[in-house]
Ligand binder design. Structure first.
Ligand SMILES: CC(C)(COP(=O)(O)OP(=O)(O)OC[C@H]1O[C@@H](n2cnc3c(N)ncnc32)[C@H](O)[C@@H]1OP(=O)(O)O)[C@@H](O)C(=O)NCCC(=O)NCCS
Length: 208
């Protein structure tokens, strides 16, 4: 297969998909990811079909130091996000978003596991996920991690109690960050190589 016919999707599920913590400097990628979410994914994520202006305001206030945000990258493009917000409030909230073509392939489960490790590692004792009653996928994932589910005003609130940090969760997160760094370095090398033979992979992926 010629190099130019590869797309991000060809890397699924394990290939060039990697997860790492997002920083304030990732805000542009974060917004671009949110703007790519289709109406149904926006509804499930935010509780209603929010418009682009809402997402711009949301991204502006996101990635704050009192939270942990994990990003799932395919190549160099951010395709999924797991957020743990308001850690200092005593009632941290988790939320997840995955672009439609990347859903239903186990990547949400990977993001959930990664956020759970991060929550443990920052000492959070619990977090809640506000999700609509018809959101089967996130309920399935939460149950898999021994979540206790309770129902509230039509929403499902999945509360994970006593996640607790341990050697395994710290080792997993450290390995994940190391892997992400080495993946990025490998991708940059691939882009350089492709550029040398006249293929602009960055341009191609931006148009996906
Ligand atoms: C929720 C979300 C992150 C899950 O990620 P995902 O990659 O699609 O989920 P997975 O592939 O890991 O699947 C998890 C489980 O849900 C099931 N599932 C996925 N989509 C489903 C659907 N539409 N209906 C029923 N079950 C579904 C999968 O079969 C899997 O169960 P299994 O392992 O028993 O087969 C993703 O779908 C998403 O971004 N949805 C929109 C936003 C959202 O709902 N956020 C959560 C509330 S904040």
């Amino acid at each position: 297969m010629p190099l130019a016919s590869f797309s991000d999707r060809s890397a699924l599920p394990g290939g060039s998909v990697h997860i790492r913590r997002l920083r304030r400097s990732d805000r542009a990628d974060f917004l671009a990811h949110l703007l790519r979410l289709d109406p149904e994914t926006r509804r499930l994520r935010f509780g209603s079909v929010v418009n682009d202006a809402f997402l711009r305001r949301y991204a502006e206030g996101a990635l704050r130091p009192d939270g942990v945000v994990k990003g799932l990258f395919a190549g160099e493009t951010l395709r999924g996000v797991a957020e743990l917000c308001a850690l200092a409030s005593g009632q941290p909230e988790a939320a997840f978003s995955l672009e439609r073509p990347w859903q239903g392939q186990g990547l949400g489960t990977r993001l959930f596991a990664s956020l759970l490790d991060a929550a443990r590692n920052v000492g959070a004792e619990h977090f809640v996920i506000h999700c609509l009653r018809d959101n089967v996928a996130i309920q399935k994932i939460a149950r898999r991690y021994d979540a206790e589910l309770r129902f509230e005003d039509g929403d499902v609130v999945a509360e994970l109690r006593r996640p607790g940090g341990d050697f395994a969760s710290r080792a997993r997160e450290a390995a994940e960050e190391r892997f992400a760094r080495s993946r990025s370095a490998a991708d940059r090398a691939l882009y350089r190589l492709a550029a040398e033979v006249g293929i602009d992979l960055r341009l191609r992926r931006a148009n996906d």
